[in-house]
Ligand binder design. Structure first.
Ligand SMILES: Cc1cc2nc3c(=O)[nH]c(=O)nc-3n(C[C@H](O)[C@H](O)[C@H](O)COP(=O)(O)O)c2cc1C
Length: 165
């Protein structure tokens, strides 16, 4: 039985955290939220603007150290909110700062209806990994915390990921 680690970034409402937690529960996995060293503004619109500039530049913010080492796991699920049609900059840093050879990486994202290319972009950065079971979960178009995707789809997915380990 392989070991599963769920790493995720979440900023707005904890939408990505909710999906990460359900996945971790289904897999009996260790779970950890990643944090940028410098916090984003508390104001939503200011973070939306800053996020746009960072995504356009491919900016990789410094992260706080992780408490879990992905090297110790066989399956690593990586979750992000969609920021400007791709992964949040923090997740770009995470994926680019490590080797993923020999690992199974499960990319997942949450969005407000405009999912863009976050999952494909994450898969491209998980160099050397076998990418499996990518999933986007859609929440309300107001940027809030109402899940639009059928929750059974998330539960089924979590079961399939658990079976990978
Ligand atoms: C900086 C920023 C950019 C965003 N860009 C998008 C986007 O391109 N497409 C989309 O559907 N939602 C976008 N959203 C909404 C979030 O992806 C969505 O609300 C997500 O579920 C939030 O997850 P969280 O609560 O874990 O942070 C954006 C939100 C922020 C803060």
């Amino acid at each position: 039985m392989g070991r599963v680690l769920v790493l995720y970034y979440s900023w707005s409402n904890g939408n990505t955290e909710r999906v990460a937690q359900e996945l971790a529960d289904a897999c009996g996995a260790d779970v950890e939220r990643i944090h940028t060293a410098a916090p984003y503004p508390k104001d939503y619109n200011r973070t939306v603007s800053q996020g746009k500039r960072e995504v356009e530049k491919g900016f990789e913010p410094e992260l706080m150290s992780l408490h879990h080492d992905p090297a110790d796991y066989d399956v690593i699920a990586v979750g992000t909110p969609t920021w400007w049609y791709t992964m949040a900059p923090a997740v770009r840093t995470l994926l680019n700062s490590r080797e993923w050879n020999g690992k199974v990486v499960v990319p997942f994202s949450t969005c407000a209806g405009w999912e863009g290319t976050a999952l494909d972009d994450m898969a491209a950065l998980a160099r050397g990994a076998r990418v499996a079971e990518p999933l986007t979960v859609t929440f309300g178009s107001d940027g809030g915390d109402r899940m639009v995707t059928d929750p059974r789809k998330v539960t089924d997915w979590a079961g399939r990921v658990a079976a990978l380990a």
